[in-house]
Design a binder for this molecule. Structure first.
Ligand code: NAD
Ligand code: DAU
Length: 338
């Protein structure tokens, strides 16, 4: 069946990987990408499909009802990736997070209700559950977000559910674990550490480096999202994870080993305030529907490292010439690394 899909935040890391996957796997579909192009949204992420006949880009803000109405016109499906996404930035100031991650979601839902979208996927996050020392969170677990980013995402997550419960808007809510892969902005752990190591710069590891994240290769995530867009049940929440729980120190050593760089580049620095110790998801609900991650952590990390090594055209200008990035880096790491 031919569809017109609205992707919001499609110029970011996961969104751009998703747009590319949909254009490949669903050649009959049209894809409209609405993105504000914040510091994290980059046209380069989709330059290879910019002229694709089934793809259209609109620059705009999901908080702006007119931009959303224009982008959603004629659409049958929607997936919302647009968000402020970096925990450390939310600790420096949370107001953009509330705007985009809560209010923007409401604006999208309101328009989805008006035009009668057949499915709307709200991309939430495992951070809405908070930290867990032992065991894993199921979709029924209590939400306990512990940083401003996570709290904003929990607001968007529950707003989506409220539009289902109240108005029957057919939302599907996904809560994924930490993604990694090509086109991830170099503020997040893995791309920051790969690009710093390539330049023999220190890798600032927070606290004791023993916090645990469950790593999900971005292509596996995107395949799960396409699967749920077509086969998920409206009103339901789905956890998505790679099943690769690793301590940050282990991930850091693996990055250094792949690059042939010494562990002496590791610098233990002041911890992130309120740093969640461990995230862990039970994904049996999604697995029962037939989805499985395909890419092992070792293979995914090899591919990711290779991508950054081969694509310095993408990340070097961000690190060297983007004043916003340099200012952020100084604020976040200046004292820590002094
Ligand atoms: P990202 O930061 O790389 O990209 C975010 C995109 O949203 C950018 O293109 C940006 O320009 C756009 N955007 C921001 N505010 C906007 C607005 N007001 N209007 C329109 N566009 C706007 O993010 P990502 O890492 O690709 O994450 C995508 C989604 O997945 C987010 O909702 C995030 O919370 C969620 N998520 C991410 C991860 C992860 O590990 N990266 C894991 C689980 C869930
Ligand atoms: O779990 C899903 C979440 O994963 C997403 O919802 C977020 O959008 C995404 O940013 C990510 O959040 P994290 O805070 O887990 O990702 P980050 O890459 O910032 O950090 C991963 C771990 O590495 C975390 O324990 C903090 C640590 N870290 C991170 C940075 C940037 C460091 O030790 N040093 C660093 O410089």
């Amino acid at each position: 069946m031919s569809e017109r899909l609205l992707v919001t935040g499609g110029c970011g890391f996961i969104g751009s990987n998703f747009v590319r996957l949909v254009l490949q796997e669903r050649p009959d579909w049209e894809v409209v990408n609405l993105d504000k192009l914040t510091y994290a949204g980059r046209l380069e992420n989709l330059q290879d499909v910019a002229d694709h006949p089934k793809y259209r880009f609109i620059r705009g803000d999901i908080c702006d009802p007119e931009a959303v109405a224009l982008a959603m016109r004629g659409c049958t499906l929607g997936v919302n990736f647009a968000a402020e996404t970096h925990v450390d930035r939310s600790l420096l100031g949370a107001s953009h997070f509330i705007d985009t991650d809560v209010k923007g979601v409401m604006v999208l839902l309101e328009e989805a209700r008006r035009v009668g979208l057949r499915r709307f996927v709200q991309i939430s996050t495992d951070e809405v559950y908070g930290s867990i020392e032992q065991g894993s969170f199921t979709e029924e677990s209590v939400l306990n977000p512990r940083n401003p980013y996570a709290a904003s995402k929990a607001g968007g997550d529950r707003m989506a559910y409220a539009y289902w419960a109240t108005y029957g808007v057919p939302v599907i809510i996904t809560r994924a674990s930490n993604n990694y892969g090509p086109y991830q902005y170099p503020e997040k752990l893995i791309p920051l550490f790969i690009t710093n190591a390539l330049r023999d710069e220190p890798l600032p590891l927070y606290g004791d480096g023993r916090n645990v994240r469950d790593w999900l290769y971005v292509e596996d995530h995107c395949r799960a999202l396409l699967f749920l867009l077509e086969q998920g049940q409206p009103g339901e929440v789905y956890n998505i994870a790679g099943g690769n729980e690793r301590e940050n120190l282990e991930v850091t050593r693996a990055v250094l080993a792949l690059l042939g760089k010494p562990d002496s580049l590791i610098r233990f620095v002041a911890d992130r305030p309120g740093h969640d110790r461990r995230y862990s998801l039970d994904t049996s609900k999604l697995q029962r529907l037939g989805w499985r991650p395909q890419v092992s952590f070792e293979e995914g990390l090899r591919r990711t490292v290779r991508w950054y090594v081969e694509n310095s055209w993408w990340w070097q200008p961000i690190k060297d010439h983007d004043g916003e990035f340099r200012q952020y880096y100084q604020l976040q790491y200046g004292e820590r690394l002094a």
